[in-house]
Ligand binder design. Structure first.
Ligand code: FAD
Ligand code: GLY
Length: 341
């Protein structure tokens, strides 16, 4: 019998299972498709507690900051190159209205003039009116991260779970698996266990070639994530369209247009692919970390920040599984703040 089974093999289920195994538990991840085939495969890999903070969502920052602080050790302990790069994030405004919005962001530090921005990133368009820099922010390659995690845990692909209790799961083929604890980590599909998450569609464009910038750059409309290996991710739309993952011409047009307005050299890069994924959004867009009804554990609802929040989520769930108290930063994210759906 497993000490714990995880339902869903995205970055969250895999990270939690890996950290739980490191604490001596016998674990297994049940994945209906292939590991990382959900949102984790599409994500840009921005690790940005300052730039992703939203007004009025105060507990997010300490949770996200702890996760970023855990990242260097988390990535190194995997023993594989997951593309972790503390390159920083430059947020830029393309007109005076956008400048006002940037100055009101919760993570805002100090204003950089247009020429200061261009000194940092010579490829910026002459339209850029100024911005602010978060030097601590980083990126990771989510596809490599998921592959490295999947190498370190027992993942049973092709195993769709249709029902859960505190200590058992039922698979679509009728098989039952009994375990010490069950953890729902099924991302946007966690509603099958009554967890209140909705899918929030995001489309990204992948490009390849000479890096258009030495750090991540974002405007109000688009972000650009350059990687050391020549990949450049341009994202992302935020669309409430249910479980639709169609790639649309309008989204590609908008992302390329806004990317080009910010960093014109993007036009020279090779177009590699366009993908759409479903972010798991909770009613307050914060994650659910802990015990759900009837003793089932959940780790989902990470919305735009599941890659960033993987280390702190794994730390929290592993602690709960071995009977330790979770870190204080995780306490505001107890699932009991929501009712079952
Ligand atoms: P998923 O990766 O979706 O994994 C859930 C898994 O569960 C899937 O593999 C699915 O097949 C499986 N599953 C579902 N139901 C069942 C079942 N019944 N039985 C068995 N298996 C099941 N986050 C960041 O931190 N930084 C970013 O830059 C970033 N960029 C993003 C860009 C886009 C366009 C999108 C869409 C998301 C982005 N995110 C980013 C958010 C991030 O991708 C998600 O928060 C994160 O991937 C959620 O991980 P997860 O493991 O919970 O879900
Ligand atoms: N965090 C980036 C996104 O969700 O698009």
């Amino acid at each position: 019998m497993f000490d714990a089974v995880f339902v869903g093999g995205g970055v969250i289920g895999l990270s939690c299972a890996w950290r739980a195994a490191e604490r001596g538990l016998d674990v297994c991840v049940l994945e209906r498709d292939a590991a990382g085939s959900g949102a984790s495969r599409v994500a840009a890999g921005i690790l940005a507690p300052d730039s992703e903070a939203e007004p009025g969502h105060d507990p997010f920052v300490p949770l996200a900051q702890r996760s970023l602080d855990l990242y260097p050790e988390f990535a190194a302990a995997l023993g594989a190159d997951v593309g972790f790069w503390p390159c920083g994030m430059l947020s830029v405004a393309l007109d005076t209205d956008e400048a006002e919005v940037l100055r009101r962001e919760p993570g805002f530090t100090s204003w950089l003039t247009a020429s200061e921005c261009r000194r940092l990133e010579p490829g910026l368009s002459p339209l850029v009116a100024g911005g602010w820099l978060s030097e601590q922010e980083a990126s990771v390659d989510p596809r490599r991260l998921v592959a490295a995690l999947a190498d370190r845990v027992d993942v049973r692909e092709g195993s769709e779970v249709v029902a859960v209790t505190r200590d058992s799961v039922t698979l679509a083929n009728g098989e039952s698996i009994v375990a010490g604890r069950v953890v729902v980590t099924a991302g946007a599909w966690s509603g099958f266990a009554g967890v209140p998450v909705r899918p929030v569609k995001g489309q990204v464009v992948r490009l390849r070639g000479e890096r258009p910038a030495e750090r991540m750059v974002r405007s109000e409309h688009v972000y650009v994530v350059p990687r050391r290996n020549g990949e450049v991710v341009l994202g992302a739309t935020v669309e409430e369209r249910g479980f639709d993952t169609t790639v649309t011409a309008g989204a590609v047009h908008e992302l390329l247009r806004e990317g080009y307005r910010m960093l014109p050299e993007l036009a020279e890069l090779e177009l590699v692919d366009v993908t759409a994924g479903l972010r798991p959004g909770s009613p307050d867009n914060g994650p659910l970390l802990g015990e759900w009804e009837d003793g089932v554990l959940v780790a989902t609802g990470h919305y735009r920040n599941g890659i960033l929040l993987a280390p702190v989520t794994a730390e929290t769930i592993a602690a709960l599984l071995v009977g330790d108290a979770p870190h204080d930063v995780a306490l505001p994210f107890a699932p009991e703040r929501f009712a079952r759906v």
